[in-house]
Design a protein around this ligand. Structure first.
Ligand code: ADP
Ligand code: ZN
Ligand code: MG
Length: 475
């Protein structure tokens, strides 16, 4: 029996307007090398100045994951030569990073929580891009110097599922904090996976491999499962040390395998040393206060939804996992909808329709306010669920007034006692025999009567009312 051990390194691109050490914009530009200056081009004599906003964002992350935010941290140079890095080093934080010793909690399938340690989160500058064009290569430095935060986890995860749960939680938190767009396809949330296996019971970790830059949660799981299989087979064949060496590998999406990319560098290969151009990063009290301004985070939301709104934990987990989804849900409540009915109409009815048409929640043609209005009409008994579905179908196509639709589609539910009693009395007189059976103790017949009344009203009678009035009449 083997145990899998996983630690993750995630690079999050911070969503500041300007770069980490100069005032060049971080926004996308059609023209190559337009968003550059002497500093990010690494021209001799140009000096870096730290971007305050980037520091605040990293600090805010630190507070959100219950970490130590170092009031003094340092920048170091990581030396390597690569055409997209004109200085031949990257400015990063090795010896004293801004954030250390944090944690986050993942929700496991059995309903329990697991703590995953966050070793550190540090600030560093991104490199530019090499563009290979036929048989020439070009360098675009628009991205050079863009602020990144690298978040390093402890090797606390024990399966691909746990790794994906950790990544999703991290993704959700940085989106809630509004410190990154965290778009995996566009590369603003990139993940390196470290994985090893060991015989169950062994203390020491096995030899790990690192799989670089995987850009979807699904591929993270596939890459881990592929590596675990490879490691276990090497163990079982007795050739572990020959087959599994510490190295950097790449995930090949097309073939569904990992491939060796290069041997693993040691820290000494990078000749790290303190950057002499940058003084220690000292955070002020104002910065601390600003960084501590925190929105309600997913864990707190789940608690509140379950305790105060009385919705099921599984539903609370789904809704709170996504900032936009939670916002949408809260909009629904603001327009008077009950939490319970809202959950159902959001998770099943709306998300089902959005999925089918390939929209995300932010692209929903129906706003939270509007769906909330519709749900309130169900809550109050003005319309029934079937009618609400018909109305929602119309709203998906065009923005219409709900009251007007109820009117023009003839969907108003009969909740008026008098009108319903009239139908009930009619049905009861037609089925005298069944009424006697009911009174003699065959109470299951209530279902039959409800059905008949609903049918006679062509579905427009309020079923709750029908039930209640029928029982009264039958007594
Ligand atoms: P590096 O110097 O390569 O960056 P670190 O010690 O910083 O190495 O670890 C990088 C990541 O690898 C961390 O997330 C850590 O938890 C994880 N890790 C370290 N050893 C192992 C191992 N044997 N198996 C799985 N993950 C590991
Ligand atoms: Zn610049
Ligand atoms: Mg490391």
């Amino acid at each position: 029996m083997f145990e899998t051990v996983i630690g993750l390194e995630v690079h999050v691109q911070l969503n500041t307007k300007t770069k980490l050490f100069c005032s060049c914009p971080t926004s996308f530009a059609e023209q190559q090398n337009i968003n550059t200056c002497p500093t990010c081009l690494a021209l001799p004599g140009a000096l870096p100045v730290v971007n305050r906003k980037a520091v605040i964002k990293a600090m805010r992350f630190g507070y959100a994951v219950n970490a130590t935010v170092n009031h003094i941290s340092n920048f170091d140079r990581k030396s390597y030569f690569y055409p997209d890095s004109p200085s031949a080093y990257q400015i990063t934080q090795l010896y004293r990073p801004i954030v250390q010793n944090g944690e986050l909690f993942i929700d496991l399938k059995d309903g329990s929580k697991k703590r995953i340690g966050i070793t550190q989160a540090h600030l560093e500058a991104d490199a530019g891009k090499n563009i290979h064009d036929g048989n020439i290569s070009k360098v675009d430095l628009n991205r050079a110097g863009t602020p990144l935060m690298e978040i390093v986890s402890e090797a606390d995860m024990r399966s691909a599922d746990e790794a994906v749960a950790y990544l999703k939680k991290l993704h959700s938190i940085v989106r809630y904090l509004d410190i990154s767009d965290a778009n995996m396809q566009e590369g603003s949330f990139r993940c390196d996976v470290n994985v090893s296996v060991r015989p169950k019971g062994q203390q020491r970790f096995g030899t790990r491999v690192e799989i670089k830059n995987i850009n979807s949660f699904k591929f993270v799981a596939s890459a881990i499962n592929y590596e675990v299989q490879r490691h276990i087979e090497a163990y079982e064949d007795g050739i572990y040390g020959d087959e599994i060496i510490q190295e950097t590998r790449l995930w090949d999406t097309d073939r569904g395998v990992t491939k060796s990319m290069r041997g693993k560098e040691e820290a000494s290969d990078y000749r790290y040393f303190p950057d002499p151009d940058l003084r220690p990063l000292i955070v002020t009290d104002e910065m601390i206060a600003e960084a501590k301004e925190m929105p309600e985070l997913p864990d707190a939301k789940v608690k509140r939804y379950v305790n105060e709104l009385k919705i099921k934990k599984v539903d609370a987990l789904i809704i709170s996992s996504d900032k936009e989804l939670a916002q949408f849900f809260e909009e629904m409540l603001k327009s008077g909808a009950s939490p319970m009915t809202s959950v159902n109409w959001l998770n099943t009815e709306l998300l089902g329709r959005l999925n089918k048409s390939g929209y995300s929640i932010t692209e929903s043609p129906v706003s939270g306010k509007k769906l909330g209005e519709l749900v309130s009409k169900i809550d109050s008994g003005t319309i029934n669920g079937k009618a609400a579905k018909d109305i929602l179908n119309v709203l998906m196509e065009e923005d219409r007034d709900i009251d007007e639709l109820i009117e023009s589609m003839g969907l108003a539910q009969i909740s008026d006692d008098g009108a319903i009693l009239q139908i009930i009395d009619d049905i009861l007189s037609k089925h005298q025999d069944k009424v006697e059976e009911y009174r003699a103790g065959k109470v299951k017949l209530i279902g039959f009567f409800v059905g008949q009344v609903m049918k006679a009203s062509r579905g427009s009678a309020n079923p709750k009312k029908v039930n209640q009035l029928l029982r009264e009449r039958l007594q």
